[in-house]
Write a new protein. Structure first.
Length: 543
């Protein structure tokens, strides 16, 4: 500390024949050794603490020190008679004092020589200490709280007390372990977290609270803490007195004095609740992900549904305008021709007959249209009843082809039917299947320009019959192919408005499906379209 003080102190020890000597400095915050000579005092820490306490409470004097149990055992350990105690220097404002302690066999030495050598050396020492203080006081940075104002001093003086209160109200486990790992101090509220009282925990080894499976891990963390002066953090469960397990995050650091580790100071943060929430959160995570997945699936489904509904809406309104148009055309003819017949009584019989014929045909067209719409809604409502019979498909197709001959001729379209000589029996609703092929052949003629060709082929396969309806017409764009069997779907062909309602192929597909048949389509824009229909043959005799 200071060579001069050290030397004077050594001389004084020699003169008084003391075995051990201490020059101790106390203030409100700390105590420190200014100089030390002679034998080691094993219980120094305890002695120092007791003296600090005395200094703060009533001051240090021989009588009060003599009554300290630790003093008695030190005298014993050092094998000396007594101790000479003197206050060497004091600064009252700071409650800062330096005391001299000399342990000797012959206590009288001090008193005999007090008036001469001893006294003068004490004076010298006192002055040296004073000077040392003067120097350090001028160098304020060396003095803690040197520039603290008088008002705040009160707070500072009560610092330890306030700090103690703070520890007691803290929700954390704040503790001090000695270098062996035993509890030296613990805050009351912290001890309660472990179902112990403060007193019960003191002296207990920290590892006693650690469950067996965590013992190695925690020991390693503590030895790591002891080997460095860095702050170490670790988490562990601690066993409470009632055998509960509480999770703590422990943050600790060693307490070092004179280069030696004398203990550990730690704060344990109770993270049980946090862990519980964390565990629950971990458990909930897959459920959350699953719900998110379901929600996104549901959202996609709803989106699909809504776009489907929008599309259906659009198709429906298109259908309404198309069907109105389809109704209006024959109705206009019917009304027009009937009016002519009624308004002109002189109309030749021949013409009347021709007009009547037009009215009849247009009426039939209207009836067919209405039937088609009703059929679709019947199929969808599951109301359709199939009247299945075993019949010759070739014969039926011949009739359908012939029914369309006239409209083909009108457009100079070559209409052919290729079929095997033998009959091909299928078991189906003859009328509905007839209507389906009628619609397919009808479309083939409708969507083929004049001078084109429409061919119907019936192929008798092993178990099936294959019917091909192929035309050299305008074709269907590739992008429309997947939708042509959908209700009200019509290929938009700007500039070439061909009448229709978009329900013909819906009926065809639904009928073929009901008969467990198959329909497929191939088309090339500008080069024609080919529909292929397949049915299982019937091996029953014709009805
Ligand atoms: P539509 O009453 O409009 O003819 P369909 O259901 O019969 O309704 O046909 C749906 C759509 O398929 C039609 O709008 C048409 O564009 C297309 N289509 C059907 N058959 C043919 C074909 N042979 N050639 C070209 N396009 C066809």
């Amino acid at each position: 500390m200071n060579e001069l003080i050290d030397n004077t102190f050594k001389i004084f020890t020699k003169i008084t024949n003391s075995k051990t000597g201490l020059l101790l400095r106390f203030n409100n915050f700390e105590s420190s050794v200014m100089s030390f000579v002679g034998n080691n005092i094993s219980k120094f820490e305890e002695f120092n603490q007791a003296l600090s306490h005395l200094h703060r409470s009533k001051g240090i004097d021989y009588d009060s020190v003599e009554n300290l149990p630790v003093y008695k055992s030190i005298i014993n350990d050092l094998n000396v008679q007594s101790c000479f105690i003197r206050n060497v220097y004091s600064i009252n404002e700071q409650n800062d004092s330096v005391y001299l302690f000399l342990f000797s066999d012959d206590i009288n030495k001090f008193f005999h020589s007090e008036n001469d050598v001893c006294m003068s050396i004490l004076n010298i020492l006192s002055n040296q200490v004073k000077e040392f203080y003067y120097e350090t006081l001028n160098n304020k940075s060396l003095l803690p709280f040197a520039d603290v104002k008088v008002d705040s001093d009160t707070i500072v003086i009560n610092w330890k007390e306030n700090f103690k209160n703070l520890l007691q109200i803290s929700n954390d486990l704040i503790f001090m372990l000695d270098k062996e790992g035993c509890f030296l101090k613990v805050n009351e509220s912290g001890a309660l977290l472990l179902d112990y009282s403060e007193r019960e925990l003191l002296g207990k080894h920290f590892l006693e609270l650690v469950p067996a499976e965590k013992n190695i891990e925690v020991s390693e963390a503590i030895s790591k803490m002891l080997q460095s002066d860095k702050v170490i953090k670790f988490t562990t469960n601690l066993k409470t007195k009632l055998d509960r397990l509480v999770s703590f995050e422990i943050t600790g650091r060693t307490i070092i004095r004179d280069g030696k580790v004398i203990g550990m100071l730690s704060i344990g943060n109770d993270i049980s609740r946090m862990k519980k929430y964390e565990d629950e959160l971990i458990k909930l995570k897959p459920k959350l992900k699953e719900s998110q997945r379901l929600i996104s699936l549901e959202r996609a489904r709803l989106w699909q549904q809504s776009s489907l509904i929008e599309e259906l809406d659009r198709l429906k309104s298109e259908f309404v305008s198309n069907i109105s148009h389809e109704f209006r055309t024959p109705l206009a003819s019917i009304i027009g021709f009937s009016e002519t017949i009624v308004s002109d009584p002189d109309l030749p019989e021949e013409m009347k007959w021709e007009f009547n014929n037009v009215i009849l045909n247009e009426g039939k067209r209207l009836a067919k249209l209405i039937n088609d719409v009703l059929d679709i809604s019947n199929i969808e409502g599951g109301k359709i009843i199939l009247n299945k019979i075993s019949f010759d498909l070739v014969e039926m197709l011949k009739e359908v082809v012939e029914r369309n001959r006239e409209s083909a001729i009108k457009k100079r379209i070559v209409l052919e039917f290729e079929h095997p000589k033998s009959q091909i029996l299928i078991e189906a609703d003859k009328e509905k299947i007839g209507q389906s092929f009628e619609a397919l052949i009808n479309n083939a003629i409708k969507f083929t320009n004049e001078d084109g060709r429409v061919i119907v082929i019936a192929n008798n396969l092993f178990k099936e019959v294959e019917i091909i309806i192929s035309d050299t017409g305008i074709g269907i764009p590739e992008k429309d192919l997947p939708y042509i069997f959908q209700k009200f779907y019509r290929v938009s062909r700007p500039g070439t408005e061909i009448p229709g309602t978009g329900i013909g192929l819906v009926f065809v597909k639904q009928m073929i499906d009901l008969h467990k048949g198959m329909i497929s389509v191939q088309s090339e824009i500008g080069n024609g379209t080919t529909f292929v229909v397949k049915f299982l043959k019937s091996f029953k005799a014709k009805n």
